[in-house]
Design a protein around this ligand. Sequence first.
Ligand code: GTP
Length: 315
Amino acid sequence: MPIPFYMLCGSLGAGKTTLLMRLLEHWNSQGHKVGVLMNEAGEVSIDGPRAGTIAEQVLNLAGGCICCDTKDDLAWSIAQLVQDYESTVIILECSGMADPAEVVDAVTDAYVSRMVKLERIFAMLHPVPLPETGMAELVTRNAIRYADDVILNKRDLYIPGHWEQFRETITRLNPHSRLWETNHARLDVTALLTAPQTRATPTNVSFGKLPEAEHRSEARASHHPMVSTVRLPKPLDRAKFMKWTKSLPEGMERAKGFFRFAGEPELQEFQFFPPRTSTVEPVMLLDEPDHVVVLIGRNYDQDGCRTSLLACLAS
Ligand SMILES: Nc1nc2c(ncn2[C@@H]2O[C@H](COP(=O)(O)OP(=O)(O)OP(=O)(O)O)[C@@H](O)[C@H]2O)c(=O)[nH]1
């Protein structure tokens, strides 16, 4: 049974570790065995030892960026926490350099998703202008875009006028997330960890022209990344599959997998990534992987995609 996995991302220095400490206190009081993964920008971990004062198991991931190399490191660290340490919940604090899109990609991988279930994504921000260009811009914007909860911290530093503008930018980037305003990440942790029910939108802030609560939470639910792992019990028909890759719906953001085509001996690796590009290439691996395709998107017809993919199995 996969254990809950939480992702904490956002701007550099926004107060992520401050919130992490509050979450750790909460989980400890509930008797959880928390595994913490720190992904810091520098070579020496600063936040790790801080978290280590509360969490029993803190692992550091190399480098600040979760890229192709670190993805293996992440999978290995998760396996270590789940299998050796028997963590009952895991939280990853991402550096301001780790693109949340890459992290979501890594934790929804067919191997990793057997161990953990991505529960919620928190984006921690502070009222400084959003970066205009480069990696920091991509990371901050993706953190806001992917978040279930956006936490606007350092309320004591808000400057009237600038604050309204800041909040407007965030709601424009992600109108579906819950928004929290905090000082030193002081918030109701139980409410933060609870997914909104269809009819209630527990949030400590209300403002502006939000849709009715019930519409808002339905919209949020449909905006949350949806992951389907489709197991392929037989080889695929090449022509049907290639046609299928061209029929993927608007909301599909990422897909990947391994399988074979009927009548062809090579193992194939499939990748689908923005902007709607697909590749299918023979690959050689040391071990035979599970034959699956993982689909990641928002607001797409999960059953429809699964059915149409399974219709590509060779008869
Ligand atoms: N004024 C003010 N300072 C805060 C607040 N919350 C956190 N801080 C301080 O801001 C600094 C950075 O907080 P951290 O929690 O380390 O931030 P972080 O996002 O983990 O930082 P990095 O991991 O380096 O990106 C610390 O000195 C905190 O004590 C707040 O609400 N107001």
